[in-house]
Design a protein around this ligand. Structure first.
Ligand code: AGP
Length: 608
């Protein structure tokens, strides 16, 4: 997902634009650039690849100018080259963009027929030329932007600078998020509060369809109908320090180690372990009327939903429908009356999940967003929001956001089951006690990291790896395969252990490592054990993740084992997420990949 920064400052901004872009590196990108306004000219510097390439150019000859914009680009249209890097500019206008303009081909053709010559392959450039032509036709910057925005279809977050207006920036938002920062005689634009954290903690958020006119000390917001509106100024808790790596080599590694703490903090928000009470945020509907649950998400968040499906069914006794957001949003979903839809998203900005939630809202479903970003669009539009409190997750591969989603869902399930009188107070307290053990058990698992790292070479040269499990361990198998794929680039698949014999077992030979996730206290352990035997007899290289009892039962047919603490099966997914995260991390280290910003990936996919 692209990153946007803009500053109207009291002093030269070039180096501060870079600082803001560095805060947004976690979003994933493949080129970057800045543009400043000086002496009625636009000074622009861009570079392919990492931000350090741009830094070298800017630091060599920092462009003058107290107003400027910056961008990290995650390519959607056009190769990740310097020519396609933002900002795009004429001699009058410079622009940076996050999103996709769906009608850009038609607009491009129209502009070309009017004699416009395009320099790039991007969709963004059509916005630039629409505004430029309006300006040259005598419109003010505000009018030129307002008229041009009306021509655009699709999603955009924009920051626009003008050569002849050095103390003016205009920003606009439709779909992709954008924040405005308030400084002392300075104003800022950022993709999110993290990008603005080096400058200010006072931010206001554009709503969908908004555009805003910034001067050195003011922000004027307009809605899609060009009516002036007020957007509240909030104080964010994000600070630049919050996104530091500390003594860790990678953000992902740091965030894996933060899990015991953030799991404890998240539980502490909902659970009173002394009384056994669980307090959910207030909701504008009566949970007792709910007769069906729908769970929708993408990627790792979808695997959290998959774990929760087992919990909802077995503990609340409610029927559950689950789907990935990119499918759900385009299906002719049949929404049952009295059904509750839960949308899970770390960023709260994932385009498919947001669109799916809008489909459910339009169909009249009650919608809850479980998000790690309380200021996100999903948080803003849902009927109720549950915040997972993982803290900023910078690594593109989700770790602590995943386990805090799980613990949040676990608390929700217990609270709902209690409200529906499907579990007794004693049963709730017993399961709460199991949850309370998780942080300390996680610390035990992290103490075993060195052993897990020693297993990584068994996978690092493989071309294909299989993960398998049953029940909630099946969801962890899918998550383990995704972690390995996305940070080590090794092909991996997760399977329900019972499904292997229906085809995938044909893949098994001594070159295909099989990771088995099998806590022994699960009722499914025996079934999984027979699946492991089937793999072993075909020469499969088995890496077994289980507890002491599980090792005693089938350790001798494995190539390696990762011993886990014994734990209640209800909370096993929370704990078994850690070894699959660490395994993927150490394989990626061996492969030498960019662990925190894997190729082709973005932290939040705000485009379809
Ligand atoms: C997980 O490691 C990936 N980064 C990706 O699958 C992610 O979970 C997915 O894009 C959903 O993101 P969200 O939770 O912000 O909606």
């Amino acid at each position: 997902m692209c990153g946007i920064i803009g500053i109207i400052g009291k002093e030269p901004v070039a180096l501060r634009l870079l600082k803001g872009l560095k805060q947004l590196e976690y979003r994933g990108y493949d080129s970057s650039g800045i543009a400043t306004i000086y002496n009625n000219t636009i000074l622009r510097l861009r570079a392919e690849g990492k931000l350090s390439n741009l830094e070298k150019i800017v630091q060599a000859t920092p462009p003058s100018g107290n107003t400027g914009i910056g961008h990290t680009r995650w390519a959607t249209h056009g190769l990740p080259t310097e020519t396609n890097a933002h900002p795009h500019a004429t001699d009058k206008v410079a622009i940076v963009h996050n999103g996709i303009i769906e009608n850009f081909q038609d607009l491009k053709k129209e502009l070309q027929q009017q004699g416009v010559v395009f320099a790039s392959q991007t969709d963004t450039e059509v916005i630039l030329h629409l505004i430029d032509k309006q300006l040259r036709g005598g419109k003010s910057p505000e009018e030129a932007v307002a008229d041009s925005l009306n021509r655009l279809e699709g999603a955009f977050a924009l920051a626009i600078a003008f050569a002849d207006y050095p103390s003016l920036l205009i920003a606009a938002r439709k779909g992709s998020p954008l924040a405005i920062g308030y400084g002392n005689g300075e104003m800022y634009i950022g993709s999110d509060a993290i990008g603005l954290s080096p400058y200010t903690t006072k931010v206001a958020y554009l709503e969908d369809g908004d555009w805003v006119v910034l001067t050195t000390d003011s922000a004027k917001f307009f809605n899609a109908r060009n009516e002036e509106v007020v957007r509240p100024i909030k104080t964010t808790t994000l600070t630049g320090a919050a996104v530091g790596k500390g003594e860790f080599r990678h953000f992902m590694h740091k965030e894996i180690y933060e899990q015991p703490t953030v799991i404890g903090e998240t539980m502490g928000v909902f659970c009173n372990f002394s009384t056994g009470d669980i307090q959910l945020p207030s909701m504008p509907f009566d949970l007792r009327t709910i007769e069906k649950i729908t769970l929708v998400a993408c990627g790792t968040s979808y695997y959290a939903a998959l774990v929760a499906r087992y919990w909802f069914e077995s503990i609340t006794r409610l029927p559950v429908h689950i789907d990935i957001a990119s499918e759900y949003r385009y299906r002719d979903v049949v929404v049952a009356p009295n059904s509750l839809a839960i949308f899970i998203s770390q960023s709260g900005e994932t385009a498919d999940t947001l669109a799916a939630m809008r489909v459910s809202k339009a169909a009249g479903q009650h919608c809850i967003a479980i998000v790690n970003s309380p200021e996100s669009t999903m948080a803003h539009e849902a009927d109720a929001v549950i915040h997972t409190r993982a803290g900023i997750e910078v690594g593109v591969a989700s770790t602590k956001a995943f386990t805090t989603q799980l613990v949040t869902l676990a608390c929700f399930v217990l609270a709902l089951a209690s409200i529906r009188e499907k579990i007794t107070a004693e049963e709730r307290i017993r399961l709460l006690h199991a949850l309370s053990e998780v942080p300390s058990r996680m610390v035990e698992v992290l103490h075993n990291e060195e052993h897990i790292a020693q297993i990584a070479p068994l996978l690092s040269e493989a071309h294909d790896v299989l993960y398998m499990g049953r029940g909630t361990s099946y969801a962890i198998a899918l998550e383990g395969a995704l972690k390995l794929k996305e940070i080590s680039y090794i092909h991996a698949e997760g399977y329900a252990a019972g499904e292997l014999k229906h085809g995938p077992i044909a893949l098994i030979d001594e070159h295909v490592p099989v990771i088995v996730i099998a806590p022994s206290d699960s009722l499914l352990f025996e079934k999984t054990a027979s699946n492991v035997q089937e793999v072993a007899t075909r020469g499969g290289k088995i890496i077994l993740i289980t507890d002491a009892k599980g090792i005693a039962a089938m350790g001798e047919i494995t190539t390696a084992v990762i011993e886990m603490p014994a734990i209640h099966p209800f909370v096993a997914p929370l704990l078994y997420a850690l070894p699959i995260q660490l395994l993927a991390y150490h394989v990626a280290i061996l492969k030498g990949t960019d662990v925190d910003q894997p190729r082709n990936l973005a932290k939040s996919v705000t485009v379809e």
